[in-house]
Design a protein around this ligand. Sequence first.
Ligand SMILES: CC(C)(COP(=O)(O)OP(=O)(O)OC[C@H]1O[C@@H](n2cnc3c(N)ncnc32)[C@H](O)[C@@H]1OP(=O)(O)O)[C@@H](O)C(=O)NCCC(=O)NCCS
Length: 164
Amino acid sequence: MTQISYRSERPDDAPLVAALIDRAFGPGRYAKAADRLRESNTVMADLSFTAWEGETLVGSVRLWPVAVGGEPVAFLGPIAVEAEQRKHRIGQTLVEMACAAAAGAAWRAVLLVGDAPYFGRVGFDAAPAAGVRMPGPVDQRRVLLKALREGGADGLAGPVTSGG
Ligand SMILES: CC(C)(COP(=O)(O)OP(=O)(O)OC[C@H]1O[C@@H](n2cnc3c(N)ncnc32)[C@H](O)[C@@H]1OP(=O)(O)O)[C@@H](O)C(=O)NCCC(=O)NCCS
């Protein structure tokens, strides 16, 4: 693998990011409960990160403002890495950069819907998210939280709503 560089998302990146997400997830992804939280929302570009091999976008992760029971929380997703570039820790690095940026911006926790075996490696856990209610059907075991400070995920419960 050649050198990968990382930086926060810029407005010009949006079409490339959209195309990468389409390739990674395929058609039909807009039906997911997580997409309901992104539809009428604005990505936090400064907390969203891109991975580049030269001039080519090879990875993306995005953070969005949501609230859980009225408490502001950063919502992570989608995360996508170009198929040829997987298993080189690009995904993990993107998640870690987004979480560090969110912590620096004083967000208390990051929420996502995803595979616990993958996101557990970077500190996400279903247990503190047991009372978090996504806006649509979802396997609750895939609703994961990561505290960004001591106790940051404690007491988060109730409906997830779009916006901060
Ligand atoms: C998920 C994804 C972003 C991971 O990117 P990546 O750069 O390959 O991730 P990393 O290199 O940090 O981690 C790779 C490791 O995670 C494992 N892994 C990948 N997806 C996984 C999943 N859904 N569940 C459990 N483990 C997973 C890989 O097998 C690999 O294991 P290894 O280290 O033992 O070889 C990438 O596979 C992707 O874009 N997938 C399609 C989009 C997608 O499904 N995104 C959401 C995932 S919930």
